[in-house]
Design a protein around this ligand. Sequence first.
Ligand code: SF4
Length: 61
Amino acid sequence: MAVEVTWDKNVCIHSGNCVKTLPQVFKVENGKFVIDPRAAEEDKVRKTVAACPSGALRIKE
Ligand code: SF4
């Protein structure tokens, strides 16, 4: 089962790191930010979440 990723829009500083690193997982669709954790290996998703500079992204264990 894929990990669940949560995003806090009030914390996000829109650096774009996540979208640039894993565009297949973190993307904007119809003006809304969506996360599809199944679109990449769990390891890569975890690394991208850990690299979020604001802490807006979290893995829900
Ligand atoms: S990496 Fe973090 S701060 Fe940057 S856009 Fe993504 S969620 Fe927002």
